[in-house]
Design a protein around this ligand. Structure first.
Ligand SMILES: *[C@@H]1O[C@H](CO)[C@@H](O)[C@H](O)[C@H]1NC(C)=O
Ligand SMILES: *[C@@H]1O[C@H](CO)[C@@H](O)[C@H](O)[C@H]1NC(C)=O
Ligand SMILES: *[C@@H]1O[C@H](CO)[C@@H](O)[C@H](O)[C@H]1NC(C)=O
Length: 499
């Protein structure tokens, strides 16, 4: 997605149901039908766009010839030699950035970039000055090719979308050796590099793969597509597919001058190539506003790959800046990248509490018993990208923030993390978030006596080689009322999250 602009916010009333258009190409014998439509908040009379251009004679489509049948599909590539395990050097990152926001956004890149390890390029529109000291912490910086010859006719978007959609091809043309995957992201995307590798390891890089995820916003996915990988959340393209894309991308983007962004242009070309999106739920576009707690507190049982729109949402740790908060989260990533923000549930039956752990980030303690099927649903602490959309506006289930005075969760954010060599476990100290709680009439124990939750866990680097499963969580005995000890790890045989 365009890193300098948010996607347009369409007015619901301006959506016309039958906004389709035809373009009959006289140059060719065949006609092409398009149903791309553009939503406009400003002009109700201007929401129809006909973006498809005639194919040039060079890109003629083959008419099926029954006397001369199409050749059989190519056999899959030989796999007599199993490829070596995927390593960081096999991945080339292409980061779309803009000079106007560079000073702020480069801080996000520095957070996850690993000098001398990660490979890739930041693509900018204009030269920026960076000190030698700083350049050591950042990828190489390049200026994107001139795109003035391409047409761009979308009224809400920006021309930079053209430049950004060509990041994949431009990164490929650099000819880096041993690249298996190209991974694209914006300058406000933070990647968990180990999990990028874990996810991509599942797929054969010699085949065609387009891997990413949709938007959280159902409305966004209707306007763009559920079949599109959102650019800010990041997406991966296997090497042979990137080569195929590079060959046709410039002519492909000429055919869609009316599209909004860079990622919908990539999607349009992928659709022409016939390669579908492979969805991985760990890529996060985060098309939301406000507090990410609901989403980060109830992540799907899949590795966290990326976070995006970090300037748009609140800082993820209260009291810390955006960058400091992400830094703290990445400290947990260092200890156990596989398990970062993996959710597990505990019940303290004596105190009548439900506890939800988002490992390495936050522990939420709630009065009463809330079932796992509810706890695994994100609470709507965040706001929809489309301000008028309600709970129906999401592409997944959510639950409301509890309104009952007794049910407001007590939050304990990670404050420090150490590794206990002797016991070979990670000791996380989560401190109570200082906020007021309404008066509660329930007679059960109040979590307000707790100041600290300590979570013990062993690192579990192989968890994604097994079938996905939540960790189990147990409440350990504690001698102090102000401290609660939790253990999080693999479930024992027969162990379930009992209410
Ligand atoms: C891009 O190309 C156009 C014409 O081909 C030229 O007028 C323009 O100055 C170029 N822009 C840059 C930034 O080089
Ligand atoms: C761009 O648009 C103009 C006017 O609609 C058209 O004449 C021209 O051929 C287009 N250029 C490309 C490269 O599609
Ligand atoms: C919690 O916040 C209140 C009001 O903002 C403040 O008076 C109090 O000292 C804080 N307590 C702690 C432990 O920080």
């Amino acid at each position: 997605m365009n890193p300098t602009a948010h996607r347009p916010v369409p007015g619901f009333t301006s959506l016309r149901s039958a906004a389709t258009c035809f373009f009959i190409s006289l140059l060719l014998l065949y006609s092409i039908y398009s149903s791309t439509f553009i939503i406009n908040t400003k002009h109700d009379d201007d929401n129809l766009n006909c973006p498809l251009q005639p194919l040039s004679a060079k890109q003629n489509f083959q008419r099926p010839d029954h006397n001369n049948p199409a050749p059989p599909p190519p056999p899959p590539p030989p796999r007599n030699t199993t490829p070596s395990p995927l390593e960081i050097r096999h991945v080339a990152f292409g980061i779309a950035a803009s000079s106007s926001l560079w000073n702020k956004r480069k801080e996000y890149i520095k957070l996850w970039w690993r000098p001398e390890e990660t490979r890739g390029v930041v693509w900018l529109d204009k030269k920026v000055t960076i000190s030698e000291e700083e350049s050591k912490k950042l990828p190489d910086i390049r200026i994107s090719g001139n795109t003035s010859k391409f047409n761009y006719s979308n009224k809400q978007g920006r021309r930079s979308a053209l430049r950004i959609s060509r990041v994949v091809s431009e990164t490929l043309r650099m000819g880096m050796k041993e690249v298996r995957w190209f991974v694209m992201g914006d300058d406000d995307t933070v990647f968990v590099v180990e999990n990028v590798l874990r996810v991509l390891s599942k797929y054969d890089h010699n085949q065609f793969y387009y891997i990413g995820s949709s938007s959280e916003s159902h409305v966004q996915n209707i306007f763009f597509s559920y079949a599109m990988a959102y650019g800010g959340g990041g997406f991966a393209i296997s090497y042979p597919l990137a080569k195929e894309l590079e060959r046709m991308q410039d002519s492909c983007i000429q055919r869609y001058p009316g599209l909004y962004g860079s990622d919908d242009r990539i999607h349009a070309c992928m659709a022409e190539l016939g390669v579908p999106l492979t969805k991985e739920p760990g890529f996060h576009q985060y098309d939301v506003y406000g507090n990410l707690l609901g989403l980060l507190g109830a992540h799907p049982v899949a590795p966290l790959v990326s976070l995006h729109h970090l300037d748009v949402v609140d800082p993820i740790f209260p009291g810390l800046s955006r960058v400091e908060g992400l830094q703290r989260l990445l400290e947990s990533v260092e200890q156990d990248s596989s398990s970062i923000i993996q959710q597990s549930f505990c019940y303290d039956k004596d105190k009548y509490w439900s506890i939800s752990v988002s490992w390495g980030y936050v522990v939420q303690v709630m009065r009463g018993i809330i079932s796992p099927r509810e706890l695994e649903m994100p609470t709507r602490t965040f706001l929809n990208w489309y301000k008028r959309a309600d709970y129906k506006g999401y592409a997944f289930n959510t639950r409301p923030v509890a309104r009952h005075p007794c049910q407001k969760p007590f939050l304990f954010y990670l404050s420090s993390l150490t590794y206990d060599d002797k016991r070979r476990q990670i000791v996380g100290v989560y401190s109570r978030h200082n906020e007021s709680h309404p008066y509660c009439r329930w007679k059960s124990d109040s979590p307000d006596k707790l100041n600290t939750v300590i979570v013990l866990k062993r690192s579990d680097g192989d968890r994604w080689l097994r079938s996905p499963r939540r960790d189990c969580c147990r409440v350990l005995p504690s001698r102090r009322v102000s401290v609660m000890y939790l253990w999080v790890g693999n479930c024992r045989s027969g162990e379930i999250n009992e209410l």
